[in-house]
Design a protein around this ligand. Structure first.
Ligand code: SF4
Ligand code: SF4
Length: 164
């Protein structure tokens, strides 16, 4: 897995132009069955991919924390939300709460998330490849294929499945 992760940014760079053209066409003319296709591609990929051997998202990018996330996680730690914010979070350039540092503080050495049951919504949804109207997050997906091997494979599978 580590070799795969080391090569991923370069492979994503090689595919960037092709992906950009594909997503441009997808946005213009999304197939009627797109939600269904994405669900299927997402499930197929995550049957093969074991996130516990990877954790690259947790190691290289942090999630953003919504107010609800902060309330839920601080309650889990029996802390006040303001204490939790002071200890773990900062405000980024988009005015969102994000982690003070990566790898994520809550990532264990075994790649397990220490707050799995109460983890941020963004963590639960990453890499967003099963979300509805997938054509609306093409810019984010083009970034995610350089971080997430599963997202990379899903986009490659999409290009084979959806022909324009
Ligand atoms: S979601 Fe992607 S980057 Fe995160 S652990 Fe799973 S395969 Fe790796
Ligand atoms: S909260 Fe858990 S799932 Fe989210 S980035 Fe940290 S370790 Fe990963």
């Amino acid at each position: 897995m580590q070799d795969q992760l080391n090569n991923l940014p370069e492979r994503a760079k090689d595919k960037h132009k092709e992906n950009k053209e594909f997503f441009k066409k997808l946005k213009k003319k999304p197939p009627k069955q797109l939600d269904y296709i994405m669900q299927e591609l997402h499930e197929d990929e995550f049957e093969k991919t074991d996130c516990l051997t990877c954790a690259n998202c947790c190691k290289t990018t942090g999630p953003l924390f919504t107010d609800k996330d902060i309330q839920r996680i601080s309650k889990h730690f029996r802390m006040k939300p303001s204490q939790f914010i002071d200890q773990y979070l900062r405000i980024d350039e988009d005015n969102d709460y994000v982690l003070q540092s990566v790898p994520c503080t809550f990532l264990g050495a075994d790649n397990y998330c220490m707050i799995y049951d109460v983890r941020p919504k963004a963590c639960r949804e990453f890499p967003h490849t099963d979300r509805k109207k997938f054509q609306q997050i093409s810019n984010l997906t083009m970034k995610n294929v350089a971080i997430c091997p599963a997202a990379f494979n899903i986009v490659e599978a999409m290009k084979k499945r959806i022909k324009f």
